[in-house]
Design a binder for this molecule. Structure first.
Ligand code: GTP
Ligand code: MG
Length: 210
């Protein structure tokens, strides 16, 4: 594959200034989330959640990206100056995490989905090179039952050629048919900027900014 040139994606669609709000380790009745709509970003460890948040907000060091997976163990909340907030959820499925750590993380994610009624969108990220896993399908179903809009994002799209992308697109249509729910689907690359503007437009239109 030929080297892809980075595009100046940050100049096309402006995203509101976004700043760190808080890191949350446990959800109780006193846990403070920002006012306004919350948009959750969920996916396996290393699926590219933190990188995507940095790309969307055009803010390189906003969410921490690590070469070693399993970095984000807390719920990290970032708030935009337009009143909605982005939530980087802990990456699940990291092979080196202990069973106890894994359970704690899944409990934190479940509590978040169950208890936080201002959560309106759940972006489910999955590396475009992977087969879409069963657990992610279940997360789509969970979101739908809780009246949270699920959106699937296939990440690291720079690693796919057109043929690969077409195959993934077909696989995702199979998933939509199986679930009986045609969720919005995006292919993005935080490295090249592919799909980032489309995703920004989607977020801004759904949150009423655009
Ligand atoms: N090629 C490519 N690599 C990417 C892309 N996005 C992220 N990566 C790399 O994938 C690795 C994981 O990225 P993160 O953004 O930290 O992933 P995460 O889902 O936040 O991981 P956890 O915090 O462990 O849950 C890093 O080495 C990134 O540089 C992308 O679009 N293309
Ligand atoms: Mg992360």
């Amino acid at each position: 594959m030929s080297e892809q040139k980075p595009i100046k994606y940050h100049e096309e669609v402006n995203f509101p200034t976004t700043t760190f709000f808080d890191s949350i380790a446990k959800i109780t009745d006193d846990t403070n989330f920002p006012e306004g709509q919350l948009l959750g970003f969920l996916g396996r460890s290393n699926s590219g959640k933190s990188s995507l948040l940095n790309a969307i907000t055009n803010h390189k060091g906003l969410a921490k990206v690590s070469k070693t997976p399993g970095k984000t163990k807390l719920i990290n909340v970032f708030t935009t100056k337009h009143g909605f907030s982005l939530v980087d959820l802990p990456g699940f499925g990291y092979s080196k995490a202990s069973l106890k750590e894994h359970k704690e993380m899944m409990t934190l994610i479940e509590t978040f989905l169950n208890r936080i009624s201002s959560l309106k969108f759940l972006f489910i990220l999955c590396d475009a090179q992977r087969t879409f896993p069963e657990e992610e399908m279940q997360m789509i179903e969970t979101a739908v039952t809780k009246k949270i809009q699920p959106v699937v994002i296939r990440t690291k799209a720079d690693k796919l050629n057109q043929k690969g992308k077409n195959e993934v697109q077909k696989d995702m249509e199979v998933v939509m048919n199986e679930l009986g729910y045609p969720f919005p689907l995006f292919f993005v690359s935080s490295t090249t900027g592919k799909g980032i503007n489309e995703l920004r437009k989607f977020i801004l239109s759904k949150t009423g900014v655009m």
